[in-house]
Design a protein around this ligand. Structure first.
Ligand code: ATP
Ligand code: MG
Length: 215
């Protein structure tokens, strides 16, 4: 494959990456929201976009099936980042990784008393590191979605999840009790591709770097 393959997930990452691609002179010819195609061409003969699950972006880039991609810090932490060069924080798809509990639950007291907490999350590695650093004993329960349901259904005492407006927490009578870290998406590049396709990738990286919005 001599061209450039870019791995993106549909939804906010695709939408928020479009202006950065445009700055690099790359315009996808279809919208993954309306097209069922998983490989999308662009105005540039040598550039294509593959549409994958957000959590699969690092894997495609790690193995070189895509030369570059855009992935959230949350996803990159869980993946581990092996084989990936992460040159640029794109400052898009911003939110916060937080601990949340049901409204009536006295989290601070439970922690003070050294209670063993059941914590449900899609982000097991992040959660494990966070509670280990605080010396809180937890049993972690891996989920793949709808974390907000876990405390309501009695599966867990707390969740670790991404929060942007807090609307979903509120709608489910949950409150954020700890802020773990800010999250944004990063450009990830395959390390071998960086050498083999240096010129083409440098052009894209430079254009992205110039188009990143600062806070
Ligand atoms: P799906 O929603 O299809 O199950 P997903 O949650 O992995 O998959 P997205 O919802 O598109 O995929 O999220 C992609 C990335 O966007 C996440 O990895 C995270 O970095 C960021 N993100 C997730 N939720 C929010 C949010 N509410 N606000 C801003 N950024 C978010
Ligand atoms: Mg989502």
């Amino acid at each position: 494959m001599t061209g450039i393959t870019i791995a993106l997930s549909k939804g906010r990452i695709f939408d928020e990456t479009l202006p950065l691609l445009a700055a690099a002179g790359i315009v996808p010819v279809e919208n993954p929201e309306t097209s069922r195609k998983l490989i999308i061409g662009t105005n540039r003969e040598d550039v294509r976009v593959v549409i994958v699950r957000a959590t699969d972006v690092p894997t495609y880039v790690q193995y070189g099936a895509a030369d570059l991609g855009v992935a959230g810090k949350d996803v990159l932490i869980e993946h581990g980042g092996e084989g990936l060069y992460q040159p640029l924080d794109l400052n898009i798809a911003k939110c916060r990784m937080m601990v949340a509990v049901p409204e009536g639950f006295d989290y601070a007291r439970a922690v003070r008393q050294g209670a063993r907490l059941k914590v449900a999350s899609k982000y097991i590695k992040t959660a494990r590191e966070h509670f280990a650093a605080k010396g809180v004993h937890v049993d972690l329960i891996k989920l793949y979605g709808s974390m907000e349901l876990a405390p309501l259904a009695g599966l867990a005492d707390a969740i670790v999840d991404l929060v942007s407006t807090g609307g979903t927490l509120k709608a489910n009578k949950l409150v954020a009790v700890e802020d773990i870290m800010p999250i944004s998406s990063r450009l990830v590049v395959n390390q071998a591709a960086l050498k083999l396709k240096r010129e083409a990738l440098a052009q894209i990286l430079d254009a992205f770097a110039g188009a990143v919005k600062k806070d």
